[in-house]
Every structure is written in structure tokens, then in C-alpha cells.
Write a protein that binds this ligand. Structure first.
Ligand code: C2E
Ligand code: CA
Ligand code: CA
Length: 601
């Protein structure tokens, strides 16, 4: 407790009865009833009282204010003349404080000194101010308690500073959202409530922005910050009052939804969030598209600690990411064993190469000007001995996480080059040369000797590199732009063509495109396969094709599924098409037969 000493010693109490204190008869500025301080005369004391920088007032047993110094006048806004016509409860006390204040007064008049750390008083303008008060009994020359004296220190500044400090300590500075510690406390409280009150449900949603790192590094941290702030505000708008939105760090946010009745309501919130976050954010004069992967945990699981809730929300979120991002997953107890099963998949994948379980499928890419096959994209397939065909969407993320993508990627490249060499030699299915495109993972692309290794593989295969294409995605080039430009330039110098895959799904597609010497732009299938039903998608496809023409790049539209797509793409002068409308992936033998049959669309 903070105490400050006034310039007079406290006089020992000699009376216990409440004195019959009357109205002040002392001259102006003097303390009432002939009070005599031990350290000087009444007038000296009055002078000191008036000059004190601390707001002070004295009052009698009826609560009437007797003395009021200029510091009090400045603090509360009451003039000495006005306040002296009133009692404490007519001026400073809030109606609800009348009784406690009367009790305080009684104690002073029985000789007690009181300190109140935080007391609310009313100002003349009706506002409330927080003060810390020290109240003492004042004695006359005969040691009778004649009045009480209160000294007040304005605490509103300190209170604000404390609030600021508290916010600072437990809130994220960028977004102003509660931080991890505060979030865990809220979850802890929700767990307590659900234990105490049957049927008290809650849900925790853990969110991670997909590919935020790419936006942050390509557009600059200022734009990245704007994305985080905008995401924070959007999340707040998606929840009910009383729910908690927190930033756990980086691009990870968490929500605590209280008043949830069933899983369905948590799912609805997750869907609302995904919809709202899918609207573009403008930062650095560019539109940035954000998607989010969400892990959901509900109170039903019966956790005992907040950390466990977060851990399981993490597992669910990881799963949402692994199954293609921009999704949500609800945690169930089986997920722990499924996490185990991805470990099993990793072990199986390590053996897959040696056991020849991996194959390449070839999907035709058709020239839209001639209508005939230009070449193929190689798509990896895993023929698992017990699981059957495992899609690359399931195992490529695991291969990337574990680093297995490096040997797997080089295997695919060797396989594709040897097929290309066959199609370029005596085994030619037609006179016109074919192209072969190979997908390169970002993890492979950042290998220090990547260019050298590629060149060696091509050399050993005997293939003519001018018909080899490497497909890379934006994430491969975003992390280290300058080095990536250098690599693309070197690869191109050896005759290889470089394609930018899944174009349109990244954040910053247009800003860097002119800096990269790509040969080919592949429009992501999500735009193409909906271009006949959604005018916005058609507009995007149209813009990308125009851009490709301007930058002198070939355009491949992926996801051509219907004849209407083909007609639209032809009208837009798109160079190439790929999709189920022409054919899906097939093994090398079928691909070769297809070329020999020479279909024309
Ligand atoms: P991607 O590079 O975008 O490959 C195209 C994907 O679209 C393939 O899926 C293909 O089967 C599918 N697709 C083809 N036509 C259509 C269509 O008309 N409509 C729709 N909706 N989809 C179509 P797939 O084979 O499941 O491959 C998925 C992804 O796995 C590929 O996407 C690529 O990112 C990755 N991948 C495949 N093979 C390799 C590889 O050898 N190395 C690496 N690093 N990644 C690979
Ligand atoms: Ca591809
Ligand atoms: Ca693609």
C-alpha cells in the first residue's frame, strides 16, 4: 500500500466518542476549529495546506466540506466557495458510495487513519475520477477530533498506464489482439466452466494463413503487417461478443467460441471465416488473396488442460493443410492415430523408390491453334502395395516435409528425360517432336547444386533439352528471388523451358512476372474449369492470357473440362490447353499410342 506523509505528525487519539464537531468558525484559509499543529501555528499550517500540490480537503462529522485547497479545485473542478455549501454526498460521492463513505467518516471520527488505494469521486462536470486517498483525524488544542482531512492523489494517469502495460504484456502489438498467454487463460476458464456446468460447450479454432510467408517476403513486411491486421479485424467481425480472437504468433490466430451448442455451429463459423478471408486485401496497391487452414476442437473431447486443446487444434489444422489447404478439419480422437498413419506413410514412402512403386503418368497438352498434342505433363503416381493408388496430393506434402522429395524429384526427372530421349530417338511416335514437362518442388529448386544436377541428368539421358520443360510454382522463386532469377536464367541458357505453374493462385503474381524470364505461364485449373459459369473467372483467364501475350510467354490453360472451355480459350487466343476434356494422365505406353493415333480437337 502506498502512503505519503503530510507535514504534521499524527496526534495520538485520546477520545473514542464521535465529537460534536460544528461548522468552521476559522478565518478563510485556516484549518477549522482552532486546530493547532504540533509543528507550527494555525496560520502557517493553513498556508501550507493551501500551497500543497496534492488535492486536500477537510470535513466535519456531518460530511460538510470545511476546507478545500486549490489543488483540489484543479482536480475536481469545484470552487472552494461552491463546495463549502455542500456535503460530501452532495458533491464528491457517487450515489452508490454514500454508505461506504459514511462508514469511512465514522471511523475517522473515532480516531482511525484510512488509506484507500482506489476511490471513485465525482467531478463538478459529472465525470468520475479515480483517486488514492489518505484520511486522517484532525485534533484541536485539547486533542479533540474536530475534523477529518483527506489528501487525494489522482490515479487516472497511473490507471491508464497500468492498462497500457497490461495490454502491452498480454496483447499482440501489431493487431492489438490477446496473445498466447491470455488465450490459454481464456481456454482454461472455458474448461473450468464446462466442468462445473454440464452442457457448457465451447470450441477452439486454430487458424494458419496459407502461404503467408510468400506474401510477406515478396511484397515486403509492411504489406505482410497489413494482411495480419486486416485478418485480425475480419476475424473479430466473424465471432459473437464475448468470444476471444487471439494472435498466437506469426500467421497463426486462434478463436475461442463460447455459447456453442454443437459441432455444426463451430463449422459454420469456420466457413464464415473462410468466406470472409477469401475477399482480397489491398496492400501496397496490390490485391492479395488469402486463404486459411483451420483446425477445430470442441469441448466434447473432454480435455483437462488448455495446452492439450491447442495441441489437438494444431493436429487438426496440420491435417487441413496437408489435405490441400484452404480447408477446416475437426479434431477427433482418431486423428492421433491418423497422425501416426502419416508416419507410416513416411516409412512406406522411403521404401517406395527402391521397390519401384512410383510411376509417371503423362497428361497431354494440346496446341489450341492446331488442335493436336504438343506434349505431356508428367504426373507422379504411387502404386502402394496395400493402399492402392495414392494421389500425389496425399504424399507429396509428406515427401516435402521429410526431404524425400529430393530423391523422388530426381527420380521423376530421370524417368521423364529417359522417356523424352526415347520419343526423340528411333522410338518416335510421330515426326513432330514432343515436349515433356516435369514438376519441380520448391524444396528441390533451392538445392545449392540444382542446376548442375539437372544438366547432368539430361546429359546422361541423351535427351535434347530444348523439349524439356520444368514446372515451378511461385513459392519456389519467392523465398530467394535474386538466386531464383539467376537459376532460371542458367537453365534457360542450356535450352530448357521454364513454366510458372498454378498461376493466379499466388499472392503477388503480377509484380515480379516481368523480372522472371519464364517461357510458359500455366493458368491454374480452378479459374479455367469454372470460367463458363463464373464471369469473374473468365475475366481472370482473359487478363492472364493478355498478360502472357504482352510478356511474350506461352499460355497453357489447365483444367479444360468441357467443350465450352475450349471454345472460350480459343476465342481468347490461349496457346495451349490441358485437362480431362482432352485426356487425363496415362502411362507412357498409352501416351505413345495416343500420339500415334494423332487425335485433333
Ligand atoms: P499440378 O502440377 O497442377 O498438376 C495438374 C493436376 O491437375 C494433376 O493432378 C492432374 O491430374 C490434374 N488435372 C488434370 N486435368 C484436370 C482437369 O481437367 N480438371 C481438374 N480439376 N484437374 C485436372 P495430380 O496428378 O493429382 O497432381 C497433383 C499435384 O501433385 C500436381 O499439380 C503437382 O503439384 C504435384 N505433382 C504431381 N507430380 C509431381 C512430381 O513429379 N513432382 C512434384 N514435385 N510434384 C508433382
Ligand atoms: Ca504442374
Ligand atoms: Ca498446375
Amino acid at each position: 500500500m502506498r502512503r505519503f506523509s503530510l507535514p504534521w505528525p499524527s496526534t495520538p487519539r485520546t477520545e473514542t466518542a464521535l465529537p460534536n464537531a460544528g461548522e468552521s468558525s476559522a478565518p478563510k484559509n485556516a484549518l477549522p476549529n482552532g486546530h493547532q499543529s504540533a509543528s507550527g501555528t494555525a496560520s502557517q499550517f493553513a498556508e501550507l495546506f493551501q500551497g500543497l500540490p496534492i488535492a486536500c480537503f477537510s470535513f466535519n462529522a456531518q460530511g460538510r466540506i470545511l476546507d478545500w485547497n486549490p489543488a483540489a479545485e484543479a482536480l475536481y473542478g469545484w470552487s472552494a466557495r461552491d463546495i463549502k455549501t455542500k456535503t460530501l454526498w452532495q458533491s464528491l460521492a457517487r450515489p452508490e458510495d454514500n454508505n461506504p463513505l459514511r462508514q469511512q467518516l465514522l471511523r475517522v471520527f473515532t480516531g482511525d487513519s484510512l488509506s484507500v488505494e482506489e476511490q471513485q469521486f465525482l467531478c463538478a462536470d459529472g465525470t468520475t475520477i479515480t483517486v488514492s486517498t489518505n484520511t486522517f483525524p484532525l485534533h484541536d488544542a485539547y486533542d479533540n477530533i474536530v475534523s477529518g482531512l483527506t489528501a487525494c492523489v489522482d490515479m487516472s494517469g497511473r490507471k491508464k498506464a497500468e492498462e497500457r502495460l497490461e495490454r502491452h504484456a498480454f496483447h499482440d502489438r501489431l493487431t492489438g489482439l490477446p496473445d498466447r498467454t491470455l488465450f490459454l487463460e481464456s481456454v482454461e476458464a472455458a474448461l473450468r466452466k464446462s466442468r462445473q456446468k454440464e452442457g457448457h460447450e465451447f470450441a477452439v479454432l486454430l487458424l494458419n494463413l496459407d502461404r503467408f510467408k510468400v506474401a510477406n517476403e515478396s511484397l515486403g513486411h509492411g504489406a505482410g503487417d497489413q494482411v495480419l491486421i486486416s485478418t485480425a479485424r475480419k476475424l473479430e467481425a466473424c465471432v459473437a461478443p464475448g468470444d476471444v480472437v487471439a494472435r498466437l504468433g506469426g500467421d497463426e490466430f486462434a478463436l475461442l467460441l463460447e455459447r456453442i451448442n454443437n459441432d455444426e455451429e463451430a463449422i459454420q463459423t469456420a466457413e464464415r471465416i473462410q468466406k470472409r478471408l477469401s475477399l482480397p486485401i489491398t496492400a501496397n496497391r496490390q490485391e492479395i488473396f488469402i486463404s486459411v487452414s483451420i483446425g477445430i476442437v470442441t469441448a466434447r473431447i473432454g480435455h483437462t488442460r488448455a495446452e492439450e486443446v491447442l495441441r489437438d487444434a494444431h493436429s487438426a489444422m496440420d491435417r487441413a493443410k496437408a489435405s490441400g489447404k484452404a480447408r477446416y478439419e475437426i479434431f477427433d480422437k482418431g486423428m492421433t492415430s491418423r497422425v501416426g498413419s502419416s508416419l507410416q506413410m513416411e516409412a512406406d514412402l522411403r521404401r517406395a523408390l527402391g521397390r519401384f512403386e512410383l510411376r509417371l503418368d503423362y497428361q497431354p497438352i494440346v496446341s489450341l491453334s492446331t488442335g493436336i498434342i504438343d506434349g505431356f505433363e508428367c504426373l507422379i503416381r504411387w502404386h502402394h502395395p496395400t493402399r492402392g493408388l495414392v494421389s500425389p496430393g496425399q504424399f507429396i506434402p509428406i515427401a516435402e516435409e521429410t526431404g524425400l522429395i529430393i530423391p523422388i524429384g530426381f527420380w521423376a526427372l530421370k524417368e521423364a528425360c529417359s522417356q523424352l530421349a526415347k520419343w526423340q530417338s528411333g522410338n518416335r511416335p510421330r515426326a513432330l517432336p514432343l515436349t515433356v514437362a516435369v514438376n519441380i518442388s520448391p524444396k528441390q529448386f533451392v538445392q545449392p547444386n540444382f542446376v548442375e544436377q539437372i544438366k547432368q541428368i539430361i546429359k546422361r539421358s541423351g535427351a535434347d533439352p530444348s523439349y524439356l520443360k520444368l514446372e515451378i510454382t511461385e513459392s519456389a522463386i519467392m523465398d530467394n528471388t535474386e538466386a531464383a532469377i539467376e537459376m532460371v536464367t542458367q537453365l534457360k541458357a542450356s535450352g530448357i523451358k521454364i513454366c510458372l505453374d498454378d498461376f493466379g493462385t499466388g499472392y503477388s503474381s503480377l509484380s515480379y512476372l516481368h523480372r522472371f524470364p519464364f517461357n510458359v505461364l500455366k493458368i491454374d485449373q480452378s479459374f479455367v474449369s469454372h470460367m463458363d459459369s463464373d464471369a469473374k473467372n473468365e475475366e481472370i483467364v482473359r487478363t492472364i492470357i493478355a498478360l502472357g501475350h504482352n510478356l511474350n510467354m506461352d499460355i497453357v490453360a489447365e483444367g479444360v473440362e468441357r467443350s465450352t472451355h475450349l471454345a472460350q480459350l480459343r476465342a481468347l487466343k490461349c496457346h495451349y490447353g490441358q485437362g480431362y476434356f482432352f485426356a487425363g494422365g496415362m502411362d507412357a505406353r498409352n501416351a505413345q499410342e495416343l500420339v500415334t493415333a494423332n487425335p485433333q480437337w
